[in-house]
Design a protein around this ligand. Structure first.
Ligand code: OGA
Ligand code: NI
Length: 370
């Protein structure tokens, strides 16, 4: 017994050491990939259950997430139909793509290319930005939750907090500075249109979500999923739900994103010119369960070309005067009692930063059990 415990300690110690060495090398998984390794370090290897459930992209073509055309959102004849479509998508899939959202296609391409260019810079340039400082400013690192997660995943990310406090523009890496600033404005406009529709879908005034400050706290992540030599032993990003209100996601043509629907993993095939929107845990909570935050993941990339995604997380900026957040009172009635209890920002943040990304752990904690 004693022997076994000692071995486990030694293994754990070795893992911590390897993770630290990798982090301190500042090379990211892109650096590992470019170095030509043929097997991945042990700390990237996921548990057998996760690995046995990996499903190669584009093998299942049965269902896909809904696509919603936003061309006529300001037409009295079309708006109610669009609201219904979005309400149903947010309830049943938690994920949808929007087209004709008003952002020029050229901007989408420029944004993805700029983030790609950032990740493709030589080590000497990129490593200057490598640091761990979550929650504000600019941070470039491999796996934001590297020290909290049980197994690392095959991606690197550039994170820029865009609001309420944006870093000085000069702090944003030059390779993607202009594009990141422009993308934030475009994506926020789309998010605000979507939030109006989602707000109306709950029977609330269109401007209610904006008043609740849902577009005032934003973090942008430019992810890079480089080629992985052992895509059947790890993942690009582990299965999780997003903690915030909604997420706007732009991806290049390299596949890998999958969404949980019933007992299936659905591939999210990029619709040309489209943007992906998903419901986060906070929106599930404030809508009292009307909208659903859904698990998603990215497979480790088996292709030589990197998969790039640019994600903006929209979060609650201002908490209620009493410091709490919970299901919106106007959605509650004797027939629709609250499904979740109220909670504080401290509880929300403590839960998020207390471990690696996961699925609905806050929701589980605050669900009222009868
Ligand atoms: C995320 C996420 C998916 C992607 O950053 O939360 O789910 O395609 N990203 O990068
Ligand atoms: Ni996510």
């Amino acid at each position: 017994m004693k022997m076994a415990a000692k071995n486990i300690d030694a293994t754990l110690y070795d893992r911590v050491k390897q993770v630290k060495e990798f982090d301190e090398s500042k090379m990211g998984v892109k650096g590992l990939s470019d170095s030509g390794i043929t097997s991945i370090p042990q700390f990237f290897i996921h548990d057998p259950q996760t690995l046995s459930d990996l499903k190669p992209p584009y093998k299942n073509t049965t269902t896909t997430i809904p696509t919603i055309d936003l061309s006529h959102i300001n037409s009295a004849a079309h708006r109610p139909k669009i609201i219904d479509q979005m309400k149903s998508a947010a309830k049943n899939f938690g994920f949808f793509q929007v087209t004709n959202h008003g952002v020029p296609v050229s901007v989408l391409g420029e944004t993805v290319n700029a983030v790609k260019a950032f990740h493709e810079q030589p080590h000497e340039v990129k490593s200057k930005y490598y640091k761990r400082e979550e929650g504000k400013g600019v941070m470039y690192a491999s796996n934001n939750d590297l020290y909290r997660t049980t197994a690392a995943s095959w991606h690197d990310s550039l994170q820029v907090w865009m609001s309420p406090e944006r870093p000085e523009v000069e702090e944003i890496p030059e390779a993607c500075r202009e594009e990141v600033v422009a993308w934030d404005l475009h994506a926020t406009k789309v998010a605000e249109d979507v939030m109006e529709l989602l707000s109306e879908g709950l029977g609330l005034e269109g401007r209610r979500f904006k008043e609740l400050t849902f577009s005032d706290k934003r973090a942008l992540l430019g992810h890079c999923y480089p080629y992985c030599p052992q895509p059947d032993r790890t993942v690009g990003i582990r299965a999780h739900t997003d903690p915030g209100i909604i997420t706007v996601l732009l991806q290049n043509h390299v596949p890998g994103l999958q969404v949980r629907h019933g007992n299936e993993w659905l591939d999210v095939k990029p619709v040309p010119g489209g943007l992906i929107i998903n419901v986060g845990d906070l929106l599930q909570i404030i809508s009292n369960g009307e909208y659903t935050s859904v698990q998603h993941r990215v497979l480790a990339n088996p292709w030589k070309e990197a998969r790039i995604s640019v994600v903006i997380f929209f979060n609650l900026s201002k908490w209620r005067e009493d410091g709490y957040c919970g299901p919106l009172p106007e959605l509650l009635s004797p027939e629709k009692p609250p499904v979740y209890r109220d909670f504080t920002a401290q509880e929300f943040l403590g839960n998020f930063y207390g471990k690696g990304i996961d699925t609905k752990s806050l929701i589980e904690k605050i669900t009222i059990k009868n």
